[in-house]
Ligand binder design. Structure first.
Ligand SMILES: NC(=O)NCCC(=O)O
Length: 412
């Protein structure tokens, strides 16, 4: 199919990449870029209305950014996109608009480089993206899962545990504290945590740093995968922090770390505790999870009437020694491609396009948090839920003598 430039649809998008670029979708950085290239603009709006939901009949609108921020992204070669989730004007409440951002990034140095150098190179790269977010007045920013390190848990090798650090005083927390203070920004920093008070146990943890640079608290990943190359349970087990919601200067936030997105009750826990925005910092690869990616965070936003930010790392990470994963695949040295594609979803079923599948990126959105209550009042999911009935079922289910409620056709 030829591009539609000739009949005036729209010029070629900047999202074009050589088809050989790792992670590219037939030569495009994202599904939306591919659609932009081939679907005439009037029809594209209709297609996106159905695909991404709508705000008064239109896809989520773009948010203009300053030249300074745009040119910094271009110079440093990261994808930047910005959108706005508006809400209806209310008579008794002022809008509560908060500017939120997410960062996706590849590791910078090969996994064979000295660890201190690998981490410092990631710090330098992430700093430049966080600085752009700060210049764009982002007030709550979340980084990707285990952002200061390669996602080495596929290997099962012990030495990668060296990247674990204190959630309260480790180098990543100190790095984020400086940036949080500088930009008056809440920063969510998902790291590999070493808990010195409990024998140096390791956790997969998101540290929430307040806009004054203080550590507000932390949350430990609730669900640990045992699928494909995700051998994380060799390093850490299920978290013990429940479903905390962090009340920040800019809104009530929570973090559902990666594999927790497959568990609807996990999402529900954060909703019951009052989250308005739930971040889902992830590290996941195409072959395994891409068909689920565009569905799960969006469904969680709808079912729990809050905003969700789905964040995935990007790039292919190759490790020195081959590993196997008990799934019949031969020994290999990489996880496959982390497909990026971070996006925001609103409680009203609208969503943004995705960030690049091939490049680092910063996505920004203005969210009017009034939308959460407006959608609750309209759809009444919290009103109509049957929590006592679910609680009863669950309390029965966890008993060893549970008998499933099955009514068999007596004629069988
Ligand atoms: N990081 C992580 O939990 N990945 C598991 C794979 C997935 O959930 O897509």
């Amino acid at each position: 199919m030829a591009p539609l430039e000739a009949d005036g649809a729209r010029p070629p998008s900047s999202g074009k990449r050589p088809a050989t670029t790792p992670g590219s979708l037939a030569g495009f950085e994202s599904l939306e870029q591919l659609l932009k290239e081939y679907v005439p603009s009037d029809k594209l709006e209709e297609a996106l209305r159905v695909l991404h939901g709508s705000k008064s009949g239109k896809p989520v609108s773009e948010l203009p950014l300053s030249e300074e921020v745009l040119s910094s992204a271009e110079k440093q070669d990261f994808d930047i996109q910005a959108y706005q989730f508006s809400a209806a004007a209310e008579q008794l409440r002022a809008p509560r608009v908060v500017r939120v951002g997410v960062v996706q990034n590849a590791i910078v140095l090969p996994t064979t480089a000295p660890y201190a150098k690998q981490r410092q190179a990631i710090f330098n790269r992430v700093k430049s993206i966080v600085e752009a977010a700060g210049a764009a007045s982002v007030k709550i920013l979340c980084l990707q899962e285990a952002w200061p390190m390669p996602f080495a848990f596929c290997t099962r090798e012990r030495e990668w545990s060296e990247f674990a650090e204190s959630a309260e005083t480790g180098p990543s927390t100190r790095f984020c504290q400086d940036l949080a203070r500088k930009h008056n920004m809440v920063l969510v920093s998902p790291i590999l945590e070493r808990d010195e008070a409990h024998g140096g146990t390791i956790w997969n943890t998101a540290v929430v740093i307040g806009n004054n640079g203080n550590v507000i608290g932390k949350h430990r990943k609730n669900h640990i995968p045992r699928v494909g190359d995700f051998n994380e349970s060799t390093y850490y087990l299920e978290g013990n922090t429940g479903h905390p919601v962090f009340e920040t200067a800019f809104g009530k936030i929570a973090i559902n770390i990666c594999y927790g997105r497959h568990h609807p009750l996990n999402w529900m826990g954060f909703g019951l505790n009052g989250a308005e925005i739930v971040f889902n910092p992830s590290a996941t690869v195409g072959e395994l999870s891409e068909p689920m990616w565009s569905v799960e965070a969006r469904n969680a936003a709808i079912a729990n009437t809050y905003f969700v930010a789905a964040i995935n790392r990007v790039g292919t990470e190759t490790f020195p020694n081959a590993f196997t994963s008990g799934d019949g695949k031969g020994a290999h040295k990489d996880f496959g491609h982390f497909y990026g594609s971070s996006y925001f979803a609103g409680p009203d079923a609208s969503r943004t396009p995705s960030l690049s599948r091939c490049r680092d990126g910063l996505m920004i959105a203005d969210m009017d948090l009034n939308l959460c209550q407006q959608v609750k009042d309209k759809w009444g999911f919290r009103l109509t839920a049957r929590y006592e009935m679910y609680a009863k079922l669950l309390s029965e289910y966890v008993k060893p003598d549970f008998v499933p409620q099955v009514i068999k056709d007596p004629s069988l």
